[in-house]
Design a protein around this ligand. Structure first.
Ligand SMILES: Nc1ncnc2c1ncn2[C@@H]1O[C@H](COP(=O)(O)OP(=O)(O)O)[C@@H](O)[C@H]1O
Ligand SMILES: [Mg+2]
Length: 144
């Protein structure tokens, strides 16, 4: 993918899933995807798409109190929801670094809350609300 940035406009949850699915084709062992954007913008839908692209069969959900959920796909898939974390040390205590620097693919919702721990080569996906249910999905990659 190189050092790049591109935008996709999604008009439905299905299109957001499809965008995640496309991105999954560029991911490999150790990839980290940092998702940014407010409540309800579609971060979990995008994460569902990545999971589908990685061949995860189980449905990706957002359990209220689980920070790290692990799924089996062609690579181990970790869905991380940082919303309830109280800082970096909380995340370290539950084995966060091992996950982020391991050989699976990690996708992090509310990655802003973990900014110090996100690897420099993470792919950043910023989702913004447009009008009438549309979303602008900006994908930035540094060096993959
Ligand atoms: N284009 C779109 N992409 C994603 N979600 C959308 C879109 N349009 C409407 N929605 C709705 O927005 C909500 C997004 O939910 P979710 O992915 O859980 O958000 P987040 O994880 O960012 O809080 C869902 O209710 C979905 O049906
Ligand atoms: Mg969510």
């Amino acid at each position: 993918m190189g050092n790049s940035r591109f935008n996709i406009v999604s008009s439905s949850p299905e299109e957001t899933i499809a965008a995640g699915e496309q991105l999954a084709r560029h991911l490999g062992p150790g990839s980290v995807v940092a998702l940014r954007g407010g409540l309800g913008v579609g971060k979990t839908y995008f994460a569902k798409g990545i999971a589908q692209g990685l061949g995860v069969q189980e449905e990706v959900t957002s359990p209220t109190y689980t920070i790290i959920s692990e799924y089996e796909g062609r690579l181990p898939f970790y869905h991380i929801d940082a919303y309830r974390l109280q800082g970096d040390s909380d995340f370290s205590n539950i084995g966060g670094e091992e996950v982020l620097y391991g050989t699976g693919v990690s996708v992090i919702e509310w990655s802003e809350r973990l900014s110090a721990m996100i690897p420099e080569d993470a792919i950043v996906v910023e989702i913004e609300l447009l009008e009438q249910g549309q979303r602008n999905i900006q994908i930035r990659s540094q060096k993959i």
